[in-house]
Design a protein around this ligand. Structure first.
Ligand code: ATP
Ligand code: MG
Length: 585
């Protein structure tokens, strides 16, 4: 059946939605693909649903091709399995929780490691059953702190999640590589410009983990690359700790008045003028900046922490959030300062922090703060700083935290050259989970010698609904959406212009011929002006448009390519064959 614009459930909009932050969101709403129901919660209209199904088809084909089997779990789940792994608590406010009529705790699944582990435990008991990979394409729920950009970061969204089960580490490595290759094929087919980067495994636990990021200026993730091939999400960049420095010759620490030096620059200028260093000038990197945060743990406990880092760098909040997860980061407010009298705002020094201090603030320092390094920092009194404060002699941090901003030109941790920074959208994430879930839930099988061994697992996600937005983001132009053919809701849009009955008849014939040839066709049969039809055709982003209009008198139709904007006249008699060639490549 050919789909007619006059019947299609779509209403294109001339104005941007008020809450649109990024082009993909603006155009998906204006072209009538999605509608907002509540923050981070969207409905799919016919055109959008077709694109979503196209993404699902690609994902399904590539998962099937590596031998993964499709299953489907409920989204509504009991608390107990998530309690057993600790995630009922760890997920904190991100988990949608509810109670059934008997008062039992339930949740809406944010991801399904627990359920898959239990299903396999239920049915399998021998090494002969493994390896096994299962997947589902399913709706997930996360009460995101910052739902954003339409379906890019939803609170309800569609994910493909798969899980591998192996008897040993070599098996897990092989399953992981098979998934990695399937992901490469998926993202190639989606037509995305993407990078594979080292990732932080975050709340999932486990070890090896990589992300597939679509390169996009307004992506939420920042990644780094080096000329030597290092690539990582900034969240996963680890700064190597320099070797300890001998400090026998370092002068004793001394507290000095440092009036009118509220910024690092003014402080550095003042100490260079009044307390010059013998060997070289002081720089911003010699100051130790102590920044306070309040951590909120999943159980609701609040814990103050101080992050000590070279004063020429800021704390990267995303790196901090990753480092302290599942705790969440809150600002350290005035009330928190009042509650800790030892902390002098702007002049916080290790006197009030660290092992010997009584402030109760955990003091975590950047990896560059190693034994023997000499610092200028707050003296815990207004208007005063302490100089030549030596780490390991004058203060001892409670631990290391690697959360300083990563900067363009910083050395790659593996020595492969200076880093460049870019932004991306996380499209997929593959993890070697190891035995965390199998241990917690008791997934064991008998090995060849009849011993019970714990199964090792991988978990692999693709943001299916996010992919719709990410591809849109990658391809939109100033006129609207512009789908790659594999994702487009239709291959060809047939557009009849004018009022001439012969034109409409010819357009209808062409549309039904295309339909019979198995080509997805949308027929704009509306009694609207050509201007409206052209604008809508561009907005909807169907890859090919055929205009049947005035040229028909000369036996010609016009074939337009949405991406290049190129148009060519084709004899109406050849139009079908021509379009089949265009569509099938
Ligand atoms: P993010 O860092 O973007 O919050 P995540 O690391 O929490 O994502 P995973 O748990 O790795 O996400 O989920 C697998 C995939 O699901 C992600 O790579 C992403 O493509 C998609 N995804 C995650 N959260 C959302 C969301 N809120 N809306 C849409 N897609 C999402
Ligand atoms: Mg992830």
């Amino acid at each position: 059946m050919i789909t007619r614009m006059s019947h299609l459930f779509v209403k294109t909009l001339r104005d941007d939605p008020a809450d649109a932050e990024v082009p993909s969101h603006r155009w998906l709403v204006r072209a009538g693909y999605i509608r907002r129901v509540a923050p981070g919660i969207y409905s799919w209209l016919p055109l959008g649903l077709k694109v979503l199904h196209n993404v699902e088809r690609i994902v399904r084909e590539e998962m099937d091709a590596i031998g993964a089997q499709e299953v489907h779990f409920p989204a509504l789940l009991p608390r107990e399995p998530y309690e057993a792994t600790g995630r009922w608590t760890e997920y904190g406010p991100n988990l949608f929780r509810l109670k059934d009529r008997k008062g039992a705790d339930m949740l809406l699944g944010p991801t399904h490691e627990e359920m898959f582990t239990l299903m396999v435990k239920d049915l399998y008991s021998s090494y002969k059953d493994l390896p096994l990979s299962l997947y589902q394409i399913q709706t997930k729920y996360r009460d995101e702190a910052r739902p954003r950009a339409g379906i890019l970061r939803g609170r309800e969204f569609v994910m493909k999640d798969s899980y591998s089960f192996d008897i040993d580490d070599a098996g897990l490595e092989a399953s992981y590589q098979r998934h990695r290759e399937a992901y490469i094929r998926i993202f190639d087919r989606l037509g995305l410009e993407y990078v594979i980067v080292k990732a932080d495994a975050g709340a999932m636990g486990g070890s090896a983990s990589e992300e597939f990021l679509a390169v996009a200026d307004n992506g939420e993730d920042t990644f780094v690359r080096s000329p030597g091939g290092y690539a990582a999400n900034v969240e996963a960049v680890t700064v190597p700790a320099p070797a300890a420095v001998p400090f026998d010759d370092a002068p004793a620490a001394h507290v000095e008045d440092t009036p009118d030096s509220p910024t690092i620059e003014s402080l550095v200028a003042l100490v260079n003028a009044r307390f010059p260093r013998a060997d070289r000038a002081w720089t911003g990197a010699d100051t130790l900046k102590n920044v306070l945060f309040m951590l909120r743990h999943p159980d609701g406990r609040r814990e103050p922490v101080a992050v000590g880092l070279p004063g020429d760098r800021e704390v990267d909040v995303k790196r901090l959030e990753t480092a302290v997860a599942p705790a969440e980061v809150e600002p350290f407010g005035d009330a928190d300062f009042e509650a800790s009298p030892g902390l002098v705002k702007g002049y916080i020094g290790p006197g009030a922090l660290g092992e010997k201090a009584s402030s109760g603030v955990r003091y975590l320092c950047d990896p560059r703060v190693v034994t023997g390094t000499r610092w200028i920092t707050g003296a815990d009194e207004p208007g005063r700083h302490v100089l030549d404060l030596v780490c390991g002699r004058d203060f001892t941090p409670d631990g290391v935290i690697d959360v300083a901003e990563v900067r363009e030109g910083d050395p790659a941790p593996d020595g492969s050259g200076p880093l460049t920074l870019a932004r991306g959208i996380e499209m997929g994430h593959i993890f070697q989970l190891g035995r965390k879930y199998a241990d917690a839930l008791g997934l064991q099988v008998l090995d060849q010698s009849g011993r019970l061994v714990t199964v090792t697992m991988g978990s692999y996600g693709v943001g299916v609904s996010r992919a719709v937005a990410a591809v849109a983001e990658n391809t939109v132009d100033e006129k609207g959406l512009c789908w790659p053919r594999e994702l487009a809701p239709f291959d060809v849009m047939v557009l009849a212009t004018g009022k001439d009955v012969a034109v409409f008849d010819a357009a209808e014939r062409l549309a039904s011929d295309l339909d019979e040839a198995g080509i997805g066709v949308l027929f704009d049969d509306r009694k609207a002006s050509p201007g409206v039809k052209f604008t809508d055709a561009e907005l909807l982003g169907i890859p090919t448009t055929v205009v049947v209009g005035r040229g028909l008198a000369d036996g010609l139709v016009e074939v337009r390519d949405r991406r290049s904007g190129m148009a060519e006249s084709v004899p109406v008699a050849d139009a079908l064959a021509h379009l089949v060639r265009v569509v099938r490549g």
